[in-house]
Design a binder for this molecule. Structure first.
Ligand code: SAH
Length: 407
């Protein structure tokens, strides 16, 4: 990144989102490009009448043609700015009181931290970087140096976001970029307050990483199981919600996931926390199954739980998938509601950014009508503070959760 090599002129009437500091400029809004900027170059963006609006990185191979990074004409897009933003992001996490008590955080959250296409997660000094834009890909070297200086990690890995890089026509990198390779699949131990987890940072075919965005929600939901209560923890992954419930003395937790690897780690996590004296006499079950099939069977058998957690993967990746995803969320929540003991609680989540909070609530409403159950919202949950929502980029808000008391 350095001096602008081109000028992107917007079509008339298409400057509003740029004026509102939205960081993505779609190719359809562009009238003309002056100069011959190469993909990855810095460009200035002006309105139809030539007034300067913003500056960003161009990639004409992508639908998002310019990644906007500054609205200050005096600010140059150079290596120093990229490094400075990395430092700022890391120092914001260090000063966040909500992140005290954990050694695992998202250090950089892409556009929300002014760094489009760059995500960095820290697992006890092991940083995993994910790159999903040409802009971030070109800044790989600067990123590694800035992370090394600001966070002093033991290891930095890069995990390429191949799916999204495809849209940017960039070939993925990946692998160890700093420090020494961990022994084969050696897991990292992290903790959220008292609960400890093993995380496979880079796994050969294994499930890797950890859902840091649910950190506060796991603790919030666990309180509803209370001492001796039962929890059905669907899409359990490595057992996050279950372990918090066990720590608070839940009587029985059933974990369901279709990944045997994830359940394997969940089981190891349970043993680890038992050894640390964190859990009570919780009966912990691990079921490798499709959640939809398994819930139907449990409903037909008349099973009931004090708390049912529904934390599925993203059902909708883009606006064209919203209708189909809405039906899947409705089916899932109808099944989940049927399994809540009268007076118990449903904790239901969606991490599909294209389904907003209002639509999610409407879907849940439809599910409650079909399940013939009354449900009242007692808590609204969102993503943890290390995944901050940038006001000028509402798309950065993607995780929604509702805790409902069901009668
Ligand atoms: N609740 C977890 C995160 C869930 S991630 C936590 O707090 O850490 C989503 C999980 O859903 C993944 O582990 C994936 O293996 C699982 N999954 C996806 N589709 C599934 C299905 N149809 N049935 C069961 N599990 C599924």
């Amino acid at each position: 990144m350095s001096e602008p090599t081109g000028n992107v002129i917007l079509k008339s009437g298409r400057d509003k989102s740029v004026r509102n500091r939205h960081p993505r400029l779609f190719s359809g809004a562009i009238k003309e490009i002056i100069g011959h900027p190469k993909d990855g170059d810095v460009v200035d963006v002006t309105d139809n009448r030539g007034a300067w609006l913003a500056r960003g990185i161009i990639n004409q191979q992508a639908q998002i043609a310019v990644r906007l990074m500054t609205w200050n004409p005096a600010e140059g897009l150079d290596d120093a700015l990229w490094s400075e933003r990395i430092q700022q992001a890391i120092s914001a996490r260090a000063r966040d009181p909500q992140l005290a008590g954990t050694n695992a955080q998202r250090l950089i959250f892409s556009e929300s931290d002014g760094l489009p296409g760059l995500i960095a997660d820290n697992y006890d000094g092991h940083i995993v970087v994910q790159i999903s834009t040409l802009a971030a890909s070109n800044m790989r070297g600067v990123t590694i140096s800035a992370l090394a200086a600001a966070a002093q990690p033991k290891v930095i890995y890069e995990r390429a976001d191949e799916e999204r890089l495809k849209h940017e026509r960039v070939s993925p990198g990946g692998g160890l970029v700093l420090g020494r390779q961990l022994e084969d699949n050696h897991p990292i131990e992290i903790h959220e307050r008292n609960v400890h987890y093993l995380v496979n940072v880079i796994g050969g075919g294994q499930k890797t990483g950890f859902y840091l965005d649910q950190r506060t929600n796991r603790a919030a939901v666990a309180r509803y199981a209370g001492r001796g209560g039962s929890m059905l923890n669907t899409f359990s992954y490595t057992g996050g919600f279950a372990l918090h419930a066990a720590m608070l003395g839940a009587g029985r937790v059933v974990n369901i996931d279709s990944s045997a690897d994830a359940l394997d780690v969940a089981q190891q996590n349970f043993v680890l926390n038992q050894m640390l004296g964190n859990t009570h006499a919780t009966e912990m079950e691990f079921v490798c199954a499709d959640v939809f099939d398994d819930l139907r069977q449990r409903r037909d058998r008349g099973e009931q739980f004090d708390v049912v957690v529904l934390d599925p993967p993203k059902f909708a990746h883009n606006p064209s998938q919203v209708d189909r995803a809405a039906r899947a969320y409705k089916d899932l929540n109808r099944l989940g509601l049927a399994l809540v003991r009268p007076g118990g609680v449903l904790a239901t989540f969606s991490c599909s950014g294209v389904i907003d909070a209002l639509l999610f609530q409407k879907i849940l409403f439809s599910a409650s009508i079909e399940a013939q159950r009354d449900a009242r919202i007692v808590e609204r949950l969102t993503q943890a503070s290390d995944h901050p929502v940038l006001l000028s980029f509402p798309e950065s808000e993607y995780l929604k959760g509702l805790i409902c008391r069901v009668s």
